[in-house]
Design a protein around this ligand. Structure first.
Ligand SMILES: C[S@@+](CC[C@H](N)C(=O)[O-])C[C@H]1O[C@@H](n2cnc3c(N)ncnc32)[C@H](O)[C@@H]1O
Length: 282
């Protein structure tokens, strides 16, 4: 396990993932009944954008940074950017901190909602546990996220979201692991909401992934993708996507609002693209 999210925090992939995550949590909050959030690959929660790692790649400079000055945004982006601004209050125009998925989840959750954050890498897991040591709503585990899905689903609330955001170090194997995990999760919790982040390098690989996803037994499967370059290189991360299984009602409209704004703000080449589509729609 060589992957460290500190090099990538706040990049365009985080921006898409976290904007969608915020939209999903906000829609769960439309009902008063508590929900559970299972973050299977949580990372260390809080990232310094002035760290050696972040400064080495400066990926946040073409991700979250250009978005921060924007106004008149769709609701989910507005909430997301305000949250990032709040974590940077007092640091002027300089971005110092970027909140990872568990911190975003905990910041938006209500008193009776619950977060279970899993992280396998020991140092990241230690930092994660320290971040939430005083928050009784949050349980942090150093454990395999896929194993946690088998052990913890369905949540006792019978409402909530599973965020699956692996590092994809093992590329094709990771896609296969996700597929197996989702198939098994469907047996335990067929009506759960699942959100999966995935990389896009070659168009044909993304299409093959969509064909595999479409064979899963979930009633509704929606994907949204954001590509900054034409996906024609096996080496470059040209884009990324979010696959949503059992998304909230009319969530395609949220994607339809977010994606063009992000595509415009993060544009890097004229071959960029964005799209959403149903892979299954009951
Ligand atoms: C892309 S990062 C997560 C970023 C985080 N979800 C966020 O949005 O802020 C992936 C994380 O998964 C961890 N990881 C790798 N394999 C894992 C596994 N099998 N189970 C749980 N965590 C794992 C890595 O150490 C890394 O911190």
């Amino acid at each position: 396990m060589n992957y460290r999210h500190a090099y990538h925090a706040g990049n365009f992939a985080d921006v898409l993932k976290h904007a969608v995550l915020v939209g999903l949590i906000e829609s769960l909050k439309q009902k008063s009944k508590p929900f559970a959030l299972l973050d299977t690959h949580a990372g260390s929660a809080r990232y310094s954008l002035t760290s050696v790692e972040a400064m080495k790649t400066r990926e946040f400079a073409s991700g979250i940074q250009p978005l921060l000055g924007m106004t008149q945004l769709p609701a989910a982006l507005h909430v997301y950017l305000n949250l990032v601004r709040a974590f940077n209050a007092g640091s002027g125009q300089t971005l110092q901190t970027y909140p990872g998925s568990p911190l975003i989840g905990a910041a938006l959750m209500r008193a009776n909602d619950r977060l279970v954050a899993c992280e396998l890498q020991p140092e990241e897991a230690r930092t994660l546990k320290i971040e939430f040591r005083d928050d009784a709503r949050v349980a942090c585990h150093q454990r395999d996220g896929y194993e946690a899905m088998r052990a913890l689903l369905p949540p006792r609330e019978r409402r909530g979201l599973v965020l699956i955001d692996p590092p994809f170090e093992a590329q094709l194997e990771e896609f296969a692991s996700i597929e197996v995990a989702l198939r098994e999760a469907h047996q335990r919790w067929p009506t759960g909401l699942y959100a999966v982040w995935y990389p896009i390098k070659l168009r044909q690989d993304a299409e093959a992934w969509y064909r595999r996803l479409a064979t899963l037994p979930f009633a509704r499967i929606l994907v949204g993708e954001l590509c900054l370059h034409e996906p024609n290189s096996a080496l470059r991360l040209s884009g990324c996507g979010m696959a949503l299984l059992n998304p909230p009602y009319r969530f395609e409209h949220v994607l339809g609002e977010i994606l063009p704004v992000l595509a415009r703000a993060l544009q890097q080449s004229r071959y960029g693209s964005h799209d959403w589509r149903w892979l299954r729609h009951a």
